[in-house]
Write a new protein. Sequence first.
Length: 172
Amino acid sequence: MARRTSLREFQESLARRLAEAGSAQPRALLGLQSGNDHWLIALPEAGEILPVPDLTPVPLAKPWMRGLANVRGTLFSTVDFSAFHGGEQILPAGEARLILVGARLGSNCALLVSRTTGLRGVEDFEAEPDNTAEAGEPWRGARMRDTTGRLWTRLLIPALLTDRSFLEASAA
């Protein structure tokens, strides 16, 4: 026979589970390479991943603003993430991918990355002792090492999409 639960017990249980879900660390992470750096994005923040379509250049934009991508009739501003954080520009061919990071947050923004490296579990990493974010880069999260010793940095998409330097793509 099924155990009967009062409405109050059900509501308390539901509230507890929602609070735990909201405060829990993401379990699945998407690994990606941008230039020589390795990054991790929480899977719910990653959005769609696709081969790089033709990019239409945007005049008078900073070099890291690579242009507009037409994805099924919707335009996405495309940022070369390596160039944005001071690395070399990414050639939009071969293993390069476009990650539609802003779609879920209501922003038509895509990141151009060198390649994606697949899904990783949080348990595959150990936190680095020095986890201080770079000054002026609130989108850089915790640094972690995987079992092979490779250094990874969490990319905080909501912080990136609201960062002043990311939003100011005009070269003028």
